[in-house]
Design a protein around this ligand. Structure first.
Ligand code: TXE
Length: 485
């Protein structure tokens, strides 16, 4: 057990400061439903201070040798590793996710993000185009300026650092906002920034609501690029403000991902992974496969095995060692998920298991727990199968042909990721090519190589993160042409 800060404040110009208004709002522990800290309710004035600090810091940071930026980012990565248990505990309390998941995935990935981009900047290069003896062009990559990074609540430190690390590595200074629902590890990152000796104003973290702090970041004329992960509806609002200002935009939005299971798959591997891809992090991962399509030949067998395994998943307090499903992030989100289960019933779906809020023993009896839920019998075009639920809820649907399953898979407005299970290599590639998804996994799920492009098609977003693409995003290309004649 660790003691967590009771007041989450801003990190501006190298210091931890109160919001100008001195107002705070409640931060709830989803495993108990009780307030356990308060969060700075910042506004436009705080964003202005943070942006001014970032503007001041930009000239020096952007021209620092790559080796120096590498050293700062590596120091941050080391400190995250050193505080691994503390950060994992904080993430679990703040978000409701099982502690062992935070230890295995969230916090290691946060330090990996810093390490990856610290080293990536050492290998970053630009192109040259040479016309025999007449002219010589080279592409100068210039850090874009102050970048705005806005992240969601499902993978708090993991996604926050996935934006901040490449922005800092590229030479941008940053004004960042974590989700108001899960601000704790972002606050702890500000302490790490200070401990790492990060120069003043290079990284600024402003806490508060999306419509106040987030919107002020988006609207600020001096913030040149916006990297956002969150809901598709918010992405639309952001695009409508930022696009007319000609800001660079990277939007990683929602998903309603298909998990396509052919009869010739490696069954044991598939079913084990499908439990993960359905319910990991309480189903609150934009990459979860929430629509499961199963070839009819194995549908009944799959249904029985999947239901049995899902029933045996342990829903419990996030800090317990044997908990597999923790609390969902908030009461509001729990009610949204439960309303989708009700909708599925109205749409003539059959609940095969789960379907209810789960009340645990005290002191967890007011926590936000939902039984992992499997629904069958729904048409692929119904709302339950078209809208993002973002909880421990999946639907299962049989199919007969490849064409049929591709039509059903592509029928949604989203296009983030897809999984295909088959041992037939030709079919795997044939289907992968036809799916409208930014990411396709064959016989695996959430298998991430940080060098690969990450992002979605259609309503799942604009642009790609990952590898050099993120460094490109935070840079502006300038072509310089020299006459050699
Ligand atoms: O996300 P929001 P919410 C999906 C999921 C979920 C739904 C809504 O379906 O149920 O989105 O979740 C900030 N200008 N995903 O409401 O609002 C906000 O403060 C600038 C999928 O929690 O999009 C937070 O920091 N910023 C997703 C961030 O945007 C604004 C993960 C995300 O919050 C803003 C989370 C504004 N006007 C939810 N309004 C994924 N793809 O991983 C809000 N924000």
């Amino acid at each position: 057990m660790f003691e967590l800060p009771s007041k989450i404040k801003n990190y501006i110009n190298g210091e931890i400061v109160e919001p100008i208004s001195k107002n705070y709002f409640s931060n709830i522990n989803p495993s108990t439903g009780q307030e356990y800290s308060v969060v700075a309710d910042s506004d436009k004035a705080d964003v202005e201070l943070a942006t001014q600090a970032a503007i001041q810091a930009f000239p020096e940071w952007s021209t620092l040798p790559h080796q120096k930026r590498f050293e700062y980012l590596m120091k941050i990565a080391e400190l995250i590793d050193k505080k691994m248990d503390y950060l994992a505990y904080a993430e679990s309390i703040d978000n409701g996710k099982p502690l062992k998941l935070a230890k295995r995935v969230d916090i290691p990935r946060a330090s990996a993000n810093f390490r990856f981009y610290a080293t990536a900047i050492l290998h970053y290069y630009s192109q040259a185009h040479i016309n025999e003896r007449t002219s010589f062009n080279y592409t100068f990559k210039q850090p874009i300026g102050v970048a705005g990074c806005i992240s969601p609540w499902n993978l708090p430190l993991y996604l926050f650092t996935w934006k901040i690390a490449p922005a800092l590595a590229a030479g941008c200074t940053v004004v960042a906002k974590p989700s108001e629902i899960t601000p704790m590890t972002a606050y702890l990152l500000s302490e790490i920034g200070i401990e790492a000796g990060l120069p003043k104003g290079v990284l600024n973290i402003v806490h508060g609501y999306g419509h106040k702090v987030g919107q002020s970041i988006i609207e600020h004329p001096k913030i040149k690029a916006i990297s956002f992960t969150g809901g598709t509806k918010t992405g639309k609002t952001i695009a409508s403000t930022a696009a007319p200002m000609f800001k660079k935009l990277s939007l990683e939005l929602g998903g309603k991902n298909p998990n396509i299971i052919f009869a010739d798959c490696n069954y044991d591997k598939m079913i084990k992974t499908t439990i993960q891809s359905s319910f990991a992090n309480q189903g609150q991962i934009c990459l979860c496969g929430s629509r499961i399509f199963v070839e009819r030949k194995i549908y009944d067998k799959f249904k029985n095995d999947f239901v049995e395994k899902t029933r045996s998943l342990k829903v419990g307090p996030p800090l317990n060692e044997d908990t597999q499903i923790g609390a969902v992030v908030s009461e509001q989100h729990m009610n949204k998920i439960l309303s989708y289960i009700e909708l599925a019933k109205q749409e003539d779906g059959t609940i095969l298991c789960g379907g209810n809020r789960k009340i645990l023993d005290t002191p967890y009896n007011s926590g936000f727990y939902i039984e992992p839920t499997i629904i069958e019998g729904l048409h692929y075009t119904c709302r339950t199968n078209q809208e993002e639920i973002f909880g421990p809820v999946v639907t299962i649907t049989p199919f007969d042909t490849e064409e049929e399953v591709i039509t059903m898979a592509n029928s949604v407005e989203y296009g983030l990721s897809a999984t295909i299970w088959t041992e037939n290599l030709t079919r795997a590639h044939r289907v992968a090519h036809q799916l409208e998804s930014g990411i396709v996994w064959i016989n695996t799920w959430l298998n991430r190589d940080l060098r690969t492009p990450f992002g979605g098609m259609k309503a799942s977003g604009v642009g790609r993160e990952g590898g050099f693409k993120a460094l490109d995003f935070f840079n502006e290309d300038k072509n310089i042409c020299v006459d050699l004649s």
